[in-house]
Unconditional design. Structure first.
Lengths: 195, 195
């Protein structure tokens, strides 16, 4: 599996020496995961940090009525983890499942710690990753609560280009928090507006 | 203003050498802020990271009806910032105001960058800070949405010990997202249960 995508993802924020890049790639384990396979089930401890090279994963939890809520899709060039479970060895609140056949790299907790200890640039990369994650989540909590379903749909299309053509509509509806019927109304409205 | 609290706050997560601690404290600017003063107004660029030594601040935003939503209180030993505004020089979404007369240290953006560049332990500290922040926010978005007002009140009492006796009840109601009348019902119920 090629390392180009993961190295350019990290290279956007920090500069690794050739030796550091080689050390990083020596720690990554390539995996191909078939559609519908679980990478993490609710209640298990998350033992890996994942990077998607090709395909699509979903990160979900069950609400108190047992309904699946999708908090994130991870397509090419996205990282995925249950951070609380991974760092603190807790049973995971989220589950992670493949939506398409997916090629990924995984990094074990031991290797993650080793990498952060030996390569200071990776501390800076993680810092950037979690600061950006915090900001995005904060926006989701505050600003996005006041968005209409139509505006959330527009955001989805920008955040995940072309994903709409790849995965079942019911998953997009679960991500947006609308019924599949209402999503279909939104799509028609959108395609009329831009045709 | 004594440096004990801020040094022990950082020392809980990383170890600074005496020289590094001295460098850090040389960059901090002590300030005393009277009750009701704004440290940051909505739309301004956040130019400082703040650490509260004594007193209480609130971090708020106005919802689309102009109602004040309190996202956080910062009492002794808490850090406060509008991260997106601070890192990316954007107009702030949040405003920060003193709820009590407050003693704090502020760290300018320039000094913040210098500190992180020169002291690798501060990169690790920030990493921990934003990972923990991300996890806490994630819990607030998912698990806490399903909590009752009574459970949220119980969380508030644990998170901010004794703050209830210090600040106006309407602020606590705004934080919990309930009316002051309903908060008064909750308090009576709680005091009966534990008396």
């Amino acid at each position: 599996m090629p390392f180009d995508l993961i190295l350019s993802n990290i290279g956007q924020h920090v500069r690794l020496t050739p030796g550091e890049a080689e050390f990083l790639t020596s720690l990554l384990e390539p995996r191909t995961v078939p559609k519908k396979e679980f990478l993490l089930r609710e209640g298990e401890v998350c033992r890996y940090d994942y990077f998607v090279n090709r395909g699509c994963l979903k990160v979900c939890y069950s609400d108190n009525k047992g309904v699946e809520c999708i908090v994130k899709f991870a397509i090419e060039n996205w990282w995925v983890i249950d951070l609380d479970s991974f760092l603190n060895h807790k049973p995971s609140f989220y589950y992670i499942q493949a939506v398409e056949d997916t090629d990924l790299f995984r990094l074990s907790k031991g290797n993650y710690d080793l990498l952060h200890e030996r390569v200071p640039a990776m501390q800076r990369f993680s810092n950037k990753r979690w600061q950006d994650g915090f900001i995005a989540l904060q926006k989701r909590v505050t600003q996005n609560l006041s968005l209409t379903a139509e505006e959330r749909y527009a955001h989805f299309k920008v955040k995940y280009p072309n994903l709409e053509q790849r995965i079942p509509q019911r998953l997009i509806a679960a991500y947006l928090g609308v019924t599949p019927e209402f999503l279909s109304v939104l799509r028609k409205k959108w395609s009329t507006a831009f045709s």
